[in-house]
Design a protein around this ligand. Sequence first.
Ligand code: NIG
Ligand code: FE
Length: 409
Amino acid sequence: MTTTLVTGIAELATLDPALARELGAGASPARPTHEPTPDVTRLGLVHDVALVVEDGVIAWIGPASQAPDADQRLDLDGRAVIPGFVDSHTHLVFAGDRAGEFAARMAGTAYDGGGIASTVAATRAATDEQLRALLARRVAEARAQGTTTLEIKSGYGLTVADELRALRLAREVTPHTTFLGAHVVPREFASDRTAYVELVTGPMLAAVTAEGEAGRPAYLDVFCEPHSPHAFTQEEARTILLAGRAAGLGLRVHGNQLGPGPGVLLACELGAASVDHCTYLSDADVDALAATGTVATLLPGVEFSTRAPYPDARRLLDAGVRVALASDCNPGTCYSSSMPFVVALAVRELRMTPAEALYAVTAGSGASLGLDVRVAVGEPVSLAVLDAPSYLHLAYRPGVPIASALEMG
Ligand code: NIG
Ligand code: FE
């Protein structure tokens, strides 16, 4: 059993205001840059604290001046520590390249989901080893930027065997996996959409849920989008979501991405954990999100990479909606796994405060996965360290790689 004393923490975001008050009694007062607004208070910031980690679990948190002895020391030399980012929406299991599609989009071509077919072809053609290696590189890339928890969707296989393979590969790197057999209708079913919905809700769902507790996905997701001929209609999406719910899976929805649509209301009606994108919302959509508690997960990297209008985060926050932010890392609409980039976009373009953005990439995204994200004694270490004195630098220093997962060595 090895204990490590982590010192030199200039600022720790505990996400636990009660703990922060308790620790604040013995630590130095919060710095004046942090106004005591509710969004900042919710971060539970403390300064000049130390942590003791014992075999990967936080064993002690307290004022640095009262730190106990430990077997080894890790001096962070005045850096900030935050809960590791929870990236609650990614599509990391894929092969192939769509940089040309991105370039065409920057020249004016609109996104409609048609490019997904090329990723499906490349992914089906790849070997398990090739996919595993590509996935490992993307997970390492995310971790190097401060992400410690990842949700990963299938959705580029679209056959029973290929969806099962994607979920198994994803399960090798995270417990948070989502079955997205209903990503698009694959080309071979274009003239018989009903047959594909029957495949997804029948043999495909049966195969992925027969995996046993250690392998079955936690969620089912569907791309419900009337503005894409490849995605699913309201009625198709309802059928698929109801089948997923009956099979015991939690629900997530890709909704209201390309224009106004039924995805948000459907997600709220069926008790989905999250509805993601939320770029085009009606008043009824916002009211339903606020009333049901379904998390609205915003993915501003997508609007950046598709040159689309950003979602209205302020409208959601002001209505009391639970807001999360995630990367949506995928080869089509946003090939970036960078959560600091998402924070910078959220602050600059979505007009979220830096505190709201940090909360949304940790507690908010965690809540959409059923996780209670906070820094607490007895919890496994799942932290990120910033090469900066404060979390404010995440948005203040865009494009600078200041965040990384805290490695205990
Ligand atoms: O979340 N909108 C649907 N699915 C993905 C994009 C997938 C792709 O284009 O490869 C998304 O944006
Ligand atoms: Fe997505």
